[in-house]
Design a binder for this molecule. Structure first.
Ligand code: HEC
Length: 102
């Protein structure tokens, strides 16, 4: 196999792996969301608890993931802290899913 063919194959495999990873993250994010967040934020982001942002309406989602992740880790008002319960990568997966609810 020529060197350029091998380089091309490696690039294609890498692209496929990244594509799968982001799809998996949204699926994982959905499962974690249903387990840890839906009770307050609603299964479809409709907001169940009175002060919980309605993600379906895009509430609070104008902030970057890193800011939202910090709130989820430390907790905010009646939202409990998820530090030690969810890892950063898991919170980012949940936020990726939450952004699909809009
Ligand atoms: C016990 C109810 C409750 C649970 C469980 C909960 N939240 Fe919240 N969440 C809230 C409330 C209430 C607020 C609004 C806090 C405020 O007034 O700033 C909030 C705010 C947020 C915000 C906006 C933070 C900001 O800085 O504006 C995000 C993002 C969020 N929650 C994500 C999540 C995720 C992800 C989960 C699950 C891992 C989760 N929440 C679980 C009640 C909850």
């Amino acid at each position: 196999m020529g060197k350029s063919v091998r380089v091309m194959l490696a690039a294609m495999l890498a692209t496929a792996a990244i594509g799968n990873a982001s799809a998996t993250n949204i699926v994982q994010g959905q499962q974690l969301y249903q387990m840890h967040c839906a009770a307050c934020h609603g299964a479809r982001g409709e907001g169940v608890m009175p002060d919980a942002p309605k993600f379906r309406m895009g509430e609070r989602l104008d902030q970057p993931d890193m800011v939202l992740m910090q709130s989820v880790k430390s907790g905010k008002k009646t939202m409990p802290p998820f530090f030690g319960i969810l890892q950063d990568a898991q919170i980012l997966s949940v936020l990726a899913y939450v952004r699909t609810l809009r």
